[in-house]
Design a protein around this ligand. Sequence first.
Ligand code: ATP
Length: 462
Amino acid sequence: MTKDMDQIISLCKRRGFIFPSSEIYGGFAAVYDYGQLGVELANNIKRAWWKSMVQKRDDIVGLDSSIFMHPKIWEASGHVGGFSDPLTECKSCHTRSRVDHLLEEVDVFADEKMSEEEINELFSANMKKIHCPKCGNSDFSEVKSFNLLVKSNLGNFTGDWTKEPVYLRGETCQGIYVNFENVLDSSRKKLPFGIAQIGKAFRNEITARQFIFRTREFEQMEMQYFTSPDKEMEEYEKLRQVRWQYYIDLGIKEENLQWHKHENLVFYAKEAYDIEYRFPFGFKELEGVHARGNYDLTQHSKFSGQELTYTDPTTNEKFIPHIVESSVGVGRTMLAVLTDAYHEEEAPTAEEGETDKRVVLKLPFSLAPFKIAVLPLSKKEPLTDISRKIATTLRDDWMVQYDETQSIGKRYRRQDEIGTPFCVTIDFDTPEDNKVTVRHRDSMKQERVSIEDLGGYIREQK
Ligand code: ATP
């Protein structure tokens, strides 16, 4: 089944996964809010990532560095000088677009290393084939580089703060590099080891399309792994395998994933691959897995004047550690997970012999916002009283939704749509036999389970 972006966007809004930011003020481009279900899904994604990258690893520790950092960090990292995208403006409707994206639409691929002049030439040569995504016109302004760093006036109380800005971080990994020595000294880790971090990043993205795929405020989950130069590529291969397996374990279908190798590497990179996911708009980058050489620590050494080296305790050899990294967005993972889980299918209704279409999010138990829905068949005592007690007990371990309104068929459909794996129905026999009916989301199979055994039953099934 081809997944339609509009169906996913509509479900996200309707059920409270994702809302456009500042909607009552007409919205705010490329910024989104997570609603009551979105925040649960995002937290579950972050938990799964942290479990895989930190909790289960003896060789990786966590970090939470600040969004604001010394402005020199962004000079050292190359972001002040080079963190830019080529931009053009449609002469007819004034919509701004990224030139590399417009070129991609007509199967022309810009090289990351190209100068502004070279991209301009390439763009001019292909301009007649290219159409503005908004109005279809084929006449565009000259290409200009546009820096993606977001400036702030933090700490600047006088003068022109745009000249000496403090930036909102453009990526989380810089906080990891500048804390390398702190972590090394305080954790007593030996190479190879990694530092992982989840946090907000900000980019002045030019094109605000494709829902939460590309936003101006987003969260990244990044792990930087420090190694000796001779082990870099070996660790890189291991990391690639770990990251691929992570998505399979997360329940993403393997046929919807692919590797994309970067052919034109930045000068310091050893190798770079992206894991791409089959989004409704095609295969696009979900995460980057890169071998970065010793560029990052070398730059920070140079700009800070602090030596960022490691001395091998057995050989006494001193060197600047090399880095292999994994970097992925929470929002992008969320979009991939929702796309993978979204299904529309014919399903039997509560009425004998009839079917209708159901929307079901086949999310894995670990990611589902609510794990269980507790549904009394009537709004009256004693069913509601029993149901509330069951919900209270289950809430010790899981997110539970209690719902007593409308027909049971409609309530099942509501839970299917938000991916709740189990519905527990309390019916008129329950006060007599102390049993409830457990309905499984995907198979719609129903089983009678005693209230006493319910927690154990769910733990076994998930
Ligand atoms: P793209 O080519 O899509 O702009 P990138 O190569 O600039 O991405 P990186 O800087 O490598 O991305 O960031 C690592 C990861 O962070 C990406 O794979 C993506 O999951 C996430 N990410 C980057 N930019 C954004 C954004 N604007 N919105 C949402 N997620 C993002």
